[in-house]
Design a protein around this ligand. Sequence first.
Ligand SMILES: [Zn+2]
Length: 168
Amino acid sequence: MKCIKCKANVLGDFDFCRSHFVENVERRVKKDIRQNNLIEKDETILVKDPLSRHFIEKVINVPVKIGKKGREAMLWTMDDEILVFLDALFGRKSLRASGIGVIKDRIKLFRTVTDRELETYSKIKGLKFSKKRSEKEMRILRELDLLEKDHKETRFSLIKSIEEISVL
Ligand SMILES: [Zn+2]
């Protein structure tokens, strides 16, 4: 398979070659931050992991300070967003209280990127990334992977619906 942006071979089963994969992940994160004003200029952000630090220092073009206080940059992926949504939906909990969508007190840097994409990105960049998932969460994510074998956009469609519901 060839990259959809150039003629190089794709990375694993992604649609992009290595360098366009990196570019695509970074672009989605930047776009989300810009469109939803997730980060304010000159604010101080609490950063606890190397991957968030990498994005804040090297990828996102917003001048900020990294400090010991301030809003926390969370290692929160698209999979987190989907898991919390499904949990609220089937556990009949309040969606509003579940923490989906844009929240004010913390920064979800990776809402537009899946666990697997972030894992691959980290490997390429030589950064540490690990996500602790419960058995139940793993099971749900595996189901999603299965669905994506036939419907590649499953996670993206779900996240779009979540966005729409969370602003109601
Ligand atoms: Zn390419």
